[in-house]
Design a protein around this ligand. Structure first.
Ligand code: PAF
Length: 273
């Protein structure tokens, strides 16, 4: 009997359901964890307002016949300081050591210090608790997938990683639990992110340099009202560092921006010829 784990923070949408569908294809038993992990949110981030919709999440999952694992904070972090769980849960030494050897302080990690330490801590903890044979993650969080792949390789080699392509709305917006924060107008502005990535992949076919194509894509995001670009770059999928002009082959474009006060990320796989 094989078990697949789909780790989530709830506020489920079609993108999560794609992960569940994939999990059902590859394992006999599927566990969907729902846990809003305090340690991956920074002090000024949206931990308190992050949508918690356990009952509707359970209803969405009901037709799939999966197990919902919604642990309490005490179950996940039994040794935590109860006064201030968000700030005081210690990252285990094994995870700190692993994180220090990985790109955890660039891109998402540069803007969200400590985010990946918290993410890796909870993912390792969920692996220990659920003991899955397979773990299913969404490609949209490209840096998370990169890190989890290496975490599995180094610390949980018995687990197989399944990565599921990003689920998009009809107009291209990547599905995210945070999309529900967007006003109708912000949602329209947010489309610039997926468009910039698609245009970038096309532009690379004719641009004289990769840097020029990236600069144009950044400018297109910066030109959009209500959108504040954090980063847009193309990274080498082997080490998650920005590609140089000599780079050829499959690569990953990543973007993050605030639309109003909502931080969104997106990614696309492309090829530089
Ligand atoms: O991608 C997410 O929703 C979270 O980072 C995860 C993997 C569930 C860990 O809290």
């Amino acid at each position: 009997m094989t078990t697949a784990l789909v780790p989530t923070m709830g506020a489920l949408h079609e993108g999560h359901l794609d992960l569940v569908r994939r999990a059902k294809e590859v394992a006999d038993r599927v566990v969907v964890s729902i846990f809003v992990n305090p340690t991956q949110f920074g002090a000024n981030e949206d931990f308190d307002k992050y949508p918690r919709t356990l009952e509707s999440d359970r209803a969405l999952l009901e037709p799939f016949g999966v197990e919902v694992f919604a642990p309490s904070i005490d179950e996940v972090y039994p040794l935590a300081d109860r006064e201030s769980p968000q700030g005081r849960i210690e990252v285990p030494d094994s995870i700190s050591t692993f994180a220090a050897s990985q790109p955890t302080t660039t891109f998402e990690g540069a803007t969200r210090p400590g985010h990946f330490d918290g993410m890796l801590t909870v993912v390792a903890r969920l692996f220990e608790m659920v003991q899955p044979d397979v773990a299913v993650f969404g490609q949209k969080d490209a840096q998370q997938v990169f890190l989890v792949r290496n975490l599995i390789e180094q610390m949980f080699p018995q687990i197989t990683l399944e990565v599921v392509p990003t689920n998009r709305e009809a107009d291209g917006l990547a599905r995210s639990s945070r999309n529900r924060y967007l006003s109708a107008e912000e949602r329209l502005h947010a489309l610039v992110l997926s468009r910039a990535l698609i245009n970038l992949s096309l532009r690379l076919m004719s641009a004289t340099s990769t840097a020029e194509a990236v600069a144009e894509a950044r400018a297109s995001v910066e030109a959009e009202p209500e959108v504040r670009l954090d980063y847009l770059d193309i990274v080498d999928p082997h080490d998650f560092t920005p590609v140089d002009e000599q780079f050829r082959g499959p690569a990953t474009a990543v973007v993050a921006a605030w639309v109003g006060s909502t931080r969104l990320i997106d990614t696309i796989n492309l090829v530089i010829n």
